[in-house]
Write a protein that binds this ligand. Sequence first.
Ligand code: UDP
Ligand code: MG
Length: 167
Amino acid sequence: MKEQVLVLIKPDGISKSLTGYILTRLSEAKLELVASRMVKVSRKLAERHYKHLKGKEFFEEVIQYSLGAFHPCKYVMALVFVGEDAIKKCRDLTGATNPEEADPASIRGSCGRITTKGVFENVLHVSSDIIEAEREIKLWFHPEELIADVFPTKITKVKSTRKRVWA
Ligand code: UDP
Ligand code: MG
């Protein structure tokens, strides 16, 4: 089935200069890259993204990790891929959540680590299923930031909004 998937290169992946390597590894899946954006993650965005983890003992740690609190590069790269079985293909290439349990040849297995403080630094986020993928893509991107129409859109009038434009 043709699917969309949100991939985030997390602050450890950016800080370790793994962006090019990760894009090369993901290209093995032969999917179409339809959006990319560098994002300085706000606490609100991180909390909405990881809402399924609220209440877990590691929730605050995951939020801090996403905000870049543990790394010199305090931002993520957000990507949307489209194609047949996109979620499974990306998750297989990425490997298990725990980088020490991930297949050593996977991206997390070869590039992730658990820090001495016990933080899973697992380099990438990949949507877990089609429902989550749609929710996450709509959270991280505006429709015009995707070069393909992946979900229905509508035109709405937004009155008296303030927007930064080029000076
Ligand atoms: N996580 C963690 N400890 C855990 C489980 C998850 O630190 O025991 C973090 C990790 O960064 C993971 C994220 O929370 O990528 C989201 O967890 P999820 O279970 O959705 O794993 P994923 O889909 O990323 O493999
Ligand atoms: Mg997940």
